[in-house]
Design a protein around this ligand. Structure first.
Ligand code: PMT
Length: 395
C-alpha cells in the first residue's frame, strides 16, 4: 500500500485495517509528504509491519531490500494518489522509495486519486492519468462530493470499503472469460441543423463502468459510445457514434457475433424529420420541429434469431417497476435494469445509481452506490442468468 501526500491519507489506517481483516498481508510505504497527514506509527500498528519511506536505508535494505519488496507485492495500491505522485509515476521517475517500487515491480498497480476538483480537472493531470491508464494502471475513482478544501466536485478518494472491494475484484476469477459483450452507452445527438441537436443528460458513466467491470472479469467488450467525454477503459474496443441511426448501424453490424448485449445508452426516441442544411435563423414567433421515430436498437437485437442475451435499461421518473416490466415484455428482453431518473440522487450524469433488475423469473434490488461498484453487483446478478441460458442452449 503506497500512501502519497493528500489529506485523504488520514483514511489509510482504516483502509489497511480492512485489508488485513479481509486476509491480505499489507506493507505500507509512504512518501515524505504522506507523513504530514498520517503517522508511520499508526500504519505500523494496523499492518503489523514497519512502514518504509526512504530509498537509501541500510537497515531496511539488509532485511528486505526495495527490489525484494517490489517482487513480494502481488498488487500495489496507491491510496491516496496525489497529483504530484501521479505525475511522477506517469514520467517513470524513481526519486523516492514508492516511485522506485512502482517501476521495479511487475505487480498490477491500482491508483485511488485524491485532490482538489480543479487539480483533478487540470489538463496536465488528465494527461498523466490517461497515460497511466493506457499502460494498464487501474484508476479507482475519484468520487464526487464535498472536499477537504471546502469545494464540491470530483476529487474525493473512494471510501476504504470501496477500495477493498476493488482490490478483491482484481483477484477474482475471470468469470466472464470467453463471453463477447456489446454495450451501448451515453446519449445520442440528433441534428436539427449544422449547429444544433436534440440530446439528453446521459454522461455514459453507467455504461463505461459496466464495460470496465466486464473487462475486469475477463470478458471481451465492444463499447458503442454516443458523444461523451470519458476515457476508454483499458482493453475495451470502442466505437464512437453520434446519432441513434449510427448507433443502430454500429450495433446491428456486430450483434450476431455477441453473447451479451447491454443497452445502457439513452437513445433518442425521435429525431428531426428534416435536418436544415444551413443554420436556422431566428424569426418573429415560434418554431415547430417535426420529429420522426428512431429505430429501436434494443428491440431489434432482442428480435434476432439466436441473438445474444439482452439486458435493457429503463430510465423512469414514475412507476419504475411497472414501466420496466412493460418494456421487458414488449421488447422480449432477457432482463431489464430499471433506474429512477430526475430525482436528487442517481440516474443521469452523476457518480451514483441504484437499480432494480427484473427478469422473467425474478427480481433484485441493488441499492444506491457508485456506478463502478454497482456495475460489479449487476454482473453478479447476470452471471447465473447467463449460465442458465448457456445450459438450456446446450441441453
Ligand atoms: O449515462 P449516465 O449519465 O451514467 O446515466 C445512466 C442512464 C440513466 C442513462 C442509464 O442507467 C439508463 O437508464 N439508460 C437507459 C436510458 C433510456 O433511454 O431508457 P428508455 O427507458 O428510454 O429505453 C429503454 C431501453 O431501450 C434502453 O436500454 C435503451 O438503451 C433502449 N433503446 C431505447 C430507444 C431506442 N431507440 N433504442 C434503444 O435501444
Amino acid at each position: 500500500m503506497g500512501v502519497s501526500g493528500s489529506i485523504a491519507a488520514y483514511k489509510t489506517p482504516e483502509l489497511a485495517r480492512l485489508l488485513v481483516r479481509a486476509g491480505a498481508e499489507v506493507r505500507a510505504v509512504t512518501t515524505a509528504a504522506a507523513r504530514q497527514f498520517v503517522t508511520p506509527m499508526t500504519l505500523q500498528a494496523v499492518t503489523g509491519h514497519e512502514v518504509r519511506e526512504a530509498l537509501f536505508d541500510r537497515a531496511h535494505e539488509a532485511a528486505m531490500g526495495h527490489i525484494e519488496l517490489a517482487r513480494w507485492a502481488e498488487r500495489i495500491l496507491i491510496a491516496p494518489a496525489s497529483a504530484g505522485f501521479i505525475e511522477r509515476l506517469a514520467q517513470g521517475r524513481a526519486d523516492d522509495l514508492l516511485s522506485t517500487l512502482c517501476l521495479a515491480s511487475d505487480a498490477p498497480r491500482l491508483l485511488a486519486p485524491a485532490m482538489n476538483r480543479r487539480m483533478w480537472a487540470d489538463e496536465a493531470v488528465r494527461d498523466n492519468v490517461a497515460r497511466l491508464r493506457a499502460r494498464g494502471v487501474r484508476i479507482l475513482g475519484p468520487a464526487s462530493g464535498s472536499l477537504a478544501c471546502g469545494d464540491e466536485g470530483p476529487g474525493r478518494m473512494l471510501e476504504p470499503e470501496e477500495l477493498v472491494e476493488a482490490l478483491a475484484e482484481d483477484f477474482a476469477p475471470p468469470s466472464w472469460r470467453g463471453r463477447r459483450v456489446l454495450i451501448t452507452a451515453g446519449p445520442t445527438h440528433e441534428a436539427i441543423d449544422p449547429v444544433r441537436y436534440i440530446a439528453n443528460r446521459s454522461s455514459g458513466r453507467m455504461g463505461f463502468a459496466i464495460a470496465e467491470a466486464v473487462r475486469q472479469r475477463g470478458g471481451e467488450v465492444t463499447l458503442v459510445a454516443g458523444p461523451v467525454t470519458l476515457d476508454t477503459p483499458v482493453g475495451v474496443t470502442r466505437v464512437d457514434v453520434e446519432s441513434a441511426r449510427q448507433m443502430y448501424e454500429a450495433v446491428m453490424s456486430r450483434a450476431r457475433q455477441q453473447d451479451v448485449f447491454i443497452a445502457t445508452a439513452a437513445v433518442a426516441d425521435y429525431r428531426p424529420l428534416r435536418v436544415a442544411r444551413q443554420k436556422i435563423k431566428k424569426t418573429e414567433g415560434d418554431l415547430s420541429l417535426e420529429l420522426t421515430a428512431n429505430p429501436d436498437i434494443l428491440r431489434a437485437v432482442a428480435g434476432l434469431p439466436d441473438g445474444p442475451f439482452t439486458l435493457g435499461f429503463a430510465a423512469e421518473t414514475t412507476r419504475l417497476e411497472a414501466h420496466a416490466r412493460e418494456k421487458l415484455r414488449a421488447k422480449r428482453l432477457d432482463a431489464i435494469a430499471a433506474n429512477q431518473v430526475g430525482g436528487e440522487r442517481g440516474g443521469f450524469a452523476c457518480d451514483e445509481n441504484a437499480l432494480t433488475v427484473i427478469w422473467p423469473g425474478g427480481r433484485c434490488d441493488l441499492p444506491m452506490q457508485s456506478k463502478q461498484r454497482l456495475a460489479y453487483r449487476l454482473l453478479d446478478v447476470l452471471e447465473p442468468l447467463l449460465n442458465e441460458k448457456d445450459s438450456t442452449e446446450t441441453a
